[in-house]
Design a protein around this ligand. Structure first.
Ligand SMILES: [Cu+2]
Length: 347
């Protein structure tokens, strides 16, 4: 199993947050992608990455457009909301009616879906149910009453999600937070690819293990024979063959293709959250990845899981948890006077 570690430094008492910008975009723009030309780049801003801006209240405007990003040293096109990747964090209040005006400045149809939010179906934002999507140039107005509390997220209900359209939703309870914390951070995990998502999808449709480079080999079979005996090894292989499955099929797409992001920052960018020793820090983990699981742990810290998918739960203390695509986990940590590196391995 290949593990990919994504460090997040939770560092005590640093004067400011530091973000590492993507590599500067220069003349190398030309020729790397057929759609990225000097003229294209001149018209578009670089996306703001790192901790997303927070929008709160009852009226929201989100503008969806293409921007430039550079996570790997190669300039690419991202689809973002209000110029930022991740999209702005939306803070709502239970009981409020919210209005969200979403304007599509992309060249293609798109949509925004409010993941896990209880609302009238016309406001759900899944194309093909109540509307065809938001056409280029069009503004769709979502309006609904907020009837729940907790950590959720929103995303494009199309391949624009893979290219950056996702953001956090935090809903405050009408009577105030029941979970006490001195600090509150969104930790949004996602997977970025420099490849065109349509190409990835096409490859997976043709061959589901296209990106699996750990196929069982004759050497593995011989090892099984020496460890378990011939009959057991053959039975095991037959079982997998009958199911037409593969014991190494953990993720359709792996770190070979993906660069994993935490709050829009690559592992080398080191997203950082500040705290004072002894504070209760609430970390709202959101898996905004398109096709990745993450195993989350912060060596040296117990993770007190207090909510999942927006629902408060009987708190559970763990050393590590696994978060699937679309899930959210709220975790309380009480760090001491040290720096902590969060590790999230994608299996
Ligand atoms: Cu969703």
């Amino acid at each position: 199993m290949k593990r990919f570690f994504h460090p997040m430094a939770l560092t005590a008492n640093l004067p400011r947050r530091r973000f590492v910008q993507g590599l500067a975009v220069g003349g190398a723009l030309l020729g790397l992608s057929p759609r990225i030309t000097a003229a294209w780049a001149a018209e578009r801003a670089q996306a703001t990455t790192g901790t997303a801006p927070v929008l709160s209240g009852t009226e929201f405007d989100l503008t969806l457009e293409e921007t430039r990003v550079n996570f790997t040293g190669a300039p690419r096109i991202a689809t973002v909301a209000n110029g930022s990747l991740p999209a702005p964090t939306l803070r709502w209040r239970e009981g409020d009616s919210v209005t969200l005006r979403v304007t599509n400045r992309l060249a293609e149809m798109t949509s925004i879906h409010w993941h896990g939010i209880i609302l009238p179906y016309e406001m759900d934002g899944v194309p093909g149910i109540s509307f065809p999507g938001i056409a280029p140039g069009e503004t769709f107005v979502y309006r609904f009453k907020v009837q729940q509390t907790g950590t959720y997220w929103y995303h494009a209900h199309s391949l624009h999600e893979q290219t950056g359209l996702y953001g956090a939703i935090i809903i405050e309870p009408a009577q105030g937070e029941s979970v006490h914390a001195e600090r509150d951070y969104v930790v949004q995990l996602s997977d970025w690819t420099d490849s065109d998502p349509i190409t990835l999808l096409k490859n997976l449709k043709k061959q589901s293990d296209y990106y699996n480079f750990n196929q069982p080999t004759a050497v593995d079979f011989l090892r099984d024979v020496s460890e378990q005996g011939f009959t057991a090894a053959r039975t095991k292989r037959q079982m997998w063959n009958q199911m037409r499955m593969n014991p190494t099929d953990l993720s359709d797409i792996s770190a070979y293709t993906y660069t994993y992001l935490m709050n829009g920052v690559t592992p080398s960018g080191n997203w950082m959250g500040l705290f004072k020793a002894g504070e209760r820090v609430r970390l709202r983990f959101i898996n905004a990845g398109t096709a990745s699981f993450f195993d989350v742990r912060i060596p040296g810290l117990k993770l007190n899981v207090v909510a999942t998918d927006g629902q408060n739960i009987e708190p559970v203390v763990v050393d590590e948890f696994r978060i699937g695509a679309g899930e959210t986990y709220d975790v309380i940590v009480t760090p001491g006077d040290a720096a902590y590196i969060k590790r999230s391995g994608s299996p």
